[in-house]
Design a protein around this ligand. Structure first.
Ligand SMILES: [Fe+2]
Length: 334
C-alpha cells in the first residue's frame, strides 16, 4: 500500500513510507484520523494543515525551525507559578484577543471583554464594599463606583468580581520577589442594587515582562512592550457569561498601541477629580480621582446563542462543511 496522495480520506491506515513535501500532510492527517474524538480529530487536521503550509510557504530553514523550538523551550523555562510566558506569547501574537472574541461575543450595549493577561491570581482577599485594595502610598488615590446589571437593566446581586492592578511603579505584586501577600488585588460582591465600590490607585502604564524570550521577540520585531494604564475585572456568577475585561484610562500614550491588543473604545474611561461631597461620602482624600462605570453582562444563554450564530456564519463564509456539536465545529458527515 502506497502513501496516500489524496485528501486523507478513507478508512485503512496509510503506509507511512516515502513521504514527500507534497504528500506528508494528507498522510499525517490520515494517521491522526484514527482518533475517536471528532473534535480533537478536526482540530488536529486543521493544525497539521496550517503548520505544514507554513513550512512550505516560508521554505523554513533548519536553523529557523530549531530557533523556533528553542524559543518555546526558553518560554517554558522562564515560566513559573507566577509567570506564564505562554500567555504573554499568545497575547503579543493577538491570539488571546481572537480566542476571547470568538468565545465571548458581545451584543451591542453590553460590556466587551479584554485580555486576561498573565497576572491574575487566586489568592486575592475578599473585601467589603468601600475597602481599599491598594497598599501603595505612592499611588494617586482613586475611588471606583461601579454597577453591574443584565441586558434587561436588572441589577445583578452577589456577582463575584475579581479586581487587580499594578502598584504605582507599574508592577503587579507577583513581580516583586519579596511578595508575602496579595496587594493591589481583591474580590468583591455586588450588593442588592448591583453596586460595588472600592478604593484603589490611579492605574499607570507598564511594560509587559520583557526580560525573557517574548521581550526579545518584541525587540526584534521593532515593537514596544508597553500596555496603557488599566484596571482588570473578572465577573463570575452562575447563569452569566464569564466576563474578563479591563478599563483603560483615556489619554494614555499607549492607548492606541497596546502591546497585547486589549484596548476597545467602549472600555476607555476618564477618571475625574473628585468633588468634596463625594470625597467625604466615600472617605477618600480631596485630591482623589473618581471613576464611575456601569457594566452590562450577558447571560450564558445569550452568549451561547450569539456564538453559535456567528460560528455558523463564519464557517459558511469559509465554505467548510461543518456542524456544531456542543457549540464547537466538527465535520458534518451526515
Ligand atoms: Fe494588566
Amino acid at each position: 500500500m502506497a502513501a496516500d496522495e489524496g485528501s486523507g480520506s478513507g478508512s485503512a491506515p496509510p503506509s507511512l513510507q516515502d513521504l514527500t513535501i507534497d504528500n506528508i500532510t494528507p498522510n499525517t492527517i490520515k494517521i491522526n484520523s484514527q482518533c475517536k474524538n471528532q473534535r480533537l480529530k478536526y482540530v488536529m487536521e486543521r493544525l497539521v494543515t496550517h503548520i505544514h503550509d507554513f513550512a512550505r510557504e516560508t521554505r523554513i530553514s533548519t536553523e529557523e525551525w530549531m530557533a523556533g523550538l528553542n524559543f518555546l523551550v526558553q518560554a517554558g523555562q522562564i515560566s513559573s507559578d507566577v509567570r506564564h510566558e505562554f500567555i504573554l506569547l499568545s497575547d503579543v501574537l493577538g491570539l488571546s484577543l481572537l480566542v476571547d472574541d470568538i468565545n465571548h461575543p458581545k451584543p451591542a450595549n453590553t460590556t466587551e471583554g479584554s485580555v486576561l493577561g498573565p497576572f491574575h491570581t487566586h489568592d486575592a482577599p475578599t473585601l467589603e464594599n468601600g475597602a481599599n485594595m491598594s497598599s501603595d502610598p505612592q499611588g494617586e488615590p482613586m475611588v471606583c463606583i461601579c454597577n453591574v446589571k443584565d441586558t434587561n437593566g436588572k441589577p445583578i446581586e452577589g456577582i463575584k468580581i475579581d479586581i487587580w492592578e499594578t502598584d504605582s511603579t507599574g508592577h503587579y505584586d507577583v513581580q516583586h520577589s519579596d511578595r508575602n501577600e496579595p496587594t493591589e488585588r481583591c474580590v468583591m460582591l455586588s450588593d442588592a442594587n448591583g453596586d460595588f465600590w472600592f478604593k484603589c490607585i490611579l492605574p499607570v502604564s507598564y511594560p509587559i515582562p520583557h526580560d525573557g524570550p517574548i521581550g526579545k521577540l518584541l525587540e526584534k520585531l521593532g515593537r514596544h512592550p508597553w500596555r496603557p494604564a488599566h484596571l482588570h475585572f473578572m465577573f463570575e456568577k452562575e447563569g452569566y457569561d464569564h466576563l474578563i475585561t479591563a478599563l483603560y484610562m483615556r489619554g494614555d500614550p499607549y492607548e492606541a498601541s497596546d502591546a497585547v491588543f486589549g484596548v476597545k473604545k467602549s472600555l476607555i474611561v476618564e477618571p475625574q477629580r473628585i468633588d468634596a461631597a463625594t470625597a467625604k461620602k466615600y472617605g477618600v482624600p480631596e485630591n482623589s480621582w473618581v471613576l464611575k462605570h456601569d457594566f452590562v453582562l450577558t447571560t450564558d444563554q445569550e452568549t451561547a446563542d450569539l456564538r453559535d450564530k456567528l460560528a455558523t456564519e463564519a464557517l459558511a463564509k469559509l465554505g467548510l462543511n461543518l456542524k456544531l456539536v456542543d457549540h464547537l465545529p466538527v465535520p458534518d458527515l451526515d
